[in-house]
Design a protein around this ligand. Structure first.
Ligand SMILES: Nc1ncnc2c1ncn2[C@@H]1O[C@H](COP(=O)(O)OP(=O)(O)OP(=O)(O)O)[C@@H](O)[C@H]1O
Ligand SMILES: [Mg+2]
Length: 316
């Protein structure tokens, strides 16, 4: 039976390789229909390709420690330095509270917001140094979040490029936290950059998504310290919105420039029961001899308490 006869009987033609193997003039030996159907079935049902889960590759960056050291920042090395000693004192009460061993118990005490009353007082400088200082502790991991979404500067200060970040995470339901994190060459330090600019930044920071994210960050990584670099309280509404999410506030006060009234005005924007610590930054004073005896040019003052009447740290 040739191909046309098979077709007239409703049978499929033989496969091409069978035709190719038949010498010209000869008809191929008749084969059962079952055989053809079997082969057709095999062709119609190719093996499905293995489905692999979508890959989420975490970004990473290499911080230039020489550059950071030249900026007066704390870098991970064995050298004893003034700034290391200063941040040792600044972080101690923060870590005690985060571990629930402080004088005051606070919800989400591992969420620490660094803010100030005015711009330029040294919030980003303090947030970065605090993060580097805590990351140097054994068994501590730190997530440094650039929550100054209006004027982000963590990436610029630490010297890395970051396109996506917090804002993207808040507006794009497809993104997960891991998609926007940036690992660093400080093994226990991860960063969450601010990401895209958005005209509704206050609303985003006040959104339910942001609240859920803060709770997730605090609970999922309860041994992790999360530091928010934030905008100044007296200039934006974002900062006071963020403060409602944080368990502890670090108020940076620029020595000799910020007035006590400004600090009080800023504190009035916070919940009076919130834990607030103070860092007196850029102080031009010689540290006391009992105070490790290192030079001057940078100093700190750290007041600590909850309740406005216990707050100090500002210079008139
Ligand atoms: N203690 C310090 N020693 C040396 N330089 C400092 C110190 N604190 C801040 N600076 C420098 O002062 C400048 C302003 O600091 P920073 O950017 O941290 O302020 P900020 O409060 O985050 O400002 P903004 O309100 O604009 O976000 C930066 O150039 C920073 O490197
Ligand atoms: Mg800043």
């Amino acid at each position: 039976m040739n191909t046309i006869e098979r077709a007239m009987l409703g049978q499929s033609p033989p496969p091409m390789e069978e035709l190719a193997s038949v010498p010209p003039g000869d008809s191929p030996a008749p084969r059962s229909v079952d055989h053809i159907i079997e082969r057709a079935a095999v062709i119609a049902k190719p093996e499905p390709p293995p489905v692999s889960p979508p890959k989420r590759t975490q970004r990473s960056t290499v911080l230039d420690f020489d550059r950071l050291r030249a900026m007066g920042m704390l870098v991970p090395d064995a050298r004893r330095s003034q700034i290391k000693e200063e941040y040792r004192h600044i972080k101690r009460p923060l870590l005690m509270n985060a571990a629930g061993k402080g004088a005051t118990r606070a919800k989400h005490a591992n969420l620490i917001m660094v803010t100030s009353s005015r711009p330029g007082e040294g919030k980003t400088f303090t947030a970065c140094n605090l993060a580097l200082s805590i990351a140097a502790e054994r068994d501590r991991t730190v997530l440094l979040v650039d929550a100054d979404v209006i004027k982000p500067s963590i990436a610029k200060t630490l010297g890395f490029e970051a396109d996506r970040g917090l804002v993207d995470l808040l507006i794009d339901a497809q993104l997960e936290l891991a998609d926007v994190l940036v690992d660093t060459n400080v093994p226990s330090l991860t960063m969450l950059p601010a990401g895209s600019t958005h005209h509704l930044s206050t609303e985003l920071l006040a959104s339910e998504n942001m609240r859920k994210l803060a709770v997730e960050m605090s609970n999922r990584y309860s041994d992790r310290i999360i530091i928010f670099d934030s905008p100044p309280l007296l200039v934006t509404t974002e900062a006071s919105v963020l403060a409602t999410l944080a368990g502890q506030i670090v108020m940076v006060v620029e020595a000799s420039r910020t007035h006590q009234s400004q600090v009080q005005e800023a504190l009035a924007l916070l919940d009076p029961n919130q834990i607030v610590g103070f860092v007196l930054n850029k102080a031009k004073r010689v540290l006391g001899a009992d105070y490790y005896g290192y030079g001057y040019g940078y100093g700190y003052g750290y007041g600590y308490g909850y309740g406005a009447d216990q707050r100090d740290g500002a210079e008139e």
